[in-house]
Design a binder for this molecule. Structure first.
Ligand code: CUA
Length: 177
């Protein structure tokens, strides 16, 4: 069988395209620091969130040197914390988020970072983010969750260490009282 030179060229170009497409998909899924949310966060009963040891009073908790856990409840149409009060973390910290939903599916995106997850009732999304510099980030819900979806937003503030420390200490004292 003889294959015409142009035919061979077309075949080669088609192969290059196919390999290229597979390459971009692989890079998009696994490269660029992308980490998919899996089920390691575990499950939670969405109907008794208020009694949950962590989600009953969600917020930040120090777990080690520059290590923090942040618990967030999403519900129509707020982030708790995030909307009424910003989420506060210190600069140079490694923060593990635990995000769940109390009613319907919401989104939790820290705008300008690659932190972005669905918040599903009954499931806890767990992921870790490093915050280097002080600054402010918006929080957005990017799953349609009802009539107030478009106003569901919040704020995350990366504070200077000393500022954060005094704020955190005050929080601890308020909890004790
Ligand atoms: Cu919550 Cu959209």
């Amino acid at each position: 069988m003889e294959i015409h030179a142009y035919e061979k060229l077309w075949l080669a170009l088609a192969l290059v395209l196919i390999v290229g497409f597979i390459g971009t998909i692989t890079y998009g899924a696994a490269g660029a620091g992308i980490d998919m949310i899996d089920d390691k966060g575990g499950t939670v009963d969405p109907t008794t969130l208020d009694d949950h040891p962590k989600f009953g009073d969600p917020g930040i908790e120090k777990t080690g040197e520059n290590q923090y856990d942040v618990y967030v409840v999403t519900r129509q149409f707020v982030f708790e914390p995030g909307t009424t009060q910003p989420i506060r973390v210190p600069e140079g910290s490694t923060v593990t988020f635990h995000v769940t939903a109390a009613d319907v599916i919401h989104g939790f995106e820290v705008v300008g970072t690659n932190a972005n997850t669905m918040a599903i009732p009954g499931q806890v999304a767990e992921f870790t983010v490093e915050f280097d510099e002080p600054g402010e980030y918006g929080l957005l819900c990017n799953e349609y969750c009802g009539s107030g979806h478009h106003v569901m937003e919040g704020k995350l503030v990366v504070m200077e260490q000393s500022e954060f420390d005094s704020w955190y200490e005050q929080q601890q004292q308020e909890e004790e009282n």
